[in-house]
Design a protein around this ligand. Structure first.
Ligand code: 4AZ
Length: 251
């Protein structure tokens, strides 16, 4: 995350940190005790990914710090990458994947102050342009820097209209209806490399809903290049089909 502020995991308790071996690869969002939603492009092996190599942490304040009181650690028992995610193109259509998580005792996530789910918004629910939402992650924190932030960060961004994103900032070839765009008014706050798969959550009726999955963007915090997010409200049926969860969850 570029700009914004360091945050305690208690203010982003749905955030997941996904590792391959000892290496951090992506963010994710806890949407149910056994399910993390993330980006398909985090798994370049697609259906052939060896899930044994992956682990998921919840309740993590920093990537290279372990807090055994707050953290919960899981292995991946199932990976579902969207069947229409296209690895060959650069535009990341259908950039969505599900991880089923289980701990060494066969249990899923337990709700605590540092671990809780984000809700799924209703199918095709749209928020107006200019609406404030927040993004979070452990990714790059400096423009042009190559080092990932060790600490969890969050930033406020505003939703951009579909028309502006497809016609003013990007093109229709790059941004389609399965994507939404968000940026800071001054182009100072943005998601960046390493934040992929993580949450864009928006507060509606005092409830935090997951509207976007951090997906891509041309560079980071670059003028006229908003961050692009997978539009979660196009995938309620897909999520429900693969998890058995209801098509929207609140509370
Ligand atoms: C990335 O490489 C990435 N500024 C994620 C988000 C953005 C750019 C790059 C948006 O994972």
């Amino acid at each position: 995350i570029i700009g914004g502020k360091r945050s305690k995991v208690e203010s982003q308790p749905w955030i997941a940190a996904i590792f391959k071996g000892v290496g951090f690869i992506c963010g994710g969002t806890l949407i149910a005790p056994c399910w993390v939603l993330t980006a398909a492009h985090c798994f370049p092996g697609g259906k052939n990914t060896q899930i044994k190599k992956y682990s998921v942490y919840l309740g993590k304040n920093a990537i290279n710090e372990t807090n055994s009181v707050k953290e919960q650690q899981f292995v991946v028992s199932k990976l579902v990458v969207h069947e229409d995610f296209d690895y060959t193109t650069e535009n990341y259509n259908n950039d969505i994947a599900l991880l089923k998580i289980v701990d060494s005792n066969g249990q899923c996530a337990v709700r605590t102050d540092s671990v809780r789910t984000a809700c799924l918004p209703p199918f095709q629910k749209r928020l107006p342009a200019g609406f404030y939402c927040e993004i979070a992650g452990y990714g790059r924190h400096q423009k042009g820097g190559f080092k990932y932030s060790r600490y969890l960060k969050q930033a406020q961004v505003r939703l951009i209209s579909q028309n502006d994103c497809q016609n003013k900032y990007y093109s229709k070839d790059e941004v389609n209806k399965n994507m939404l765009c968000a940026a800071d008014r001054n182009w100072e706050k943005d998601a960046c490399q390493g934040d992929s798969g993580g949450p864009l959550v928006c507060e509606v009726n005092n409830t935090m809903f997951l509207f976007g999955i951090i997906s891509w963007g041309k560079e980071c915090s670059k003028k006229f290049n908003p961050g692009v997010y997978t539009k979660v409200t196009n995938y309620n049926n897909w999520i429900s089909l693969h998890t058995g969860l209801p098509k929207y969850t609140a509370g």
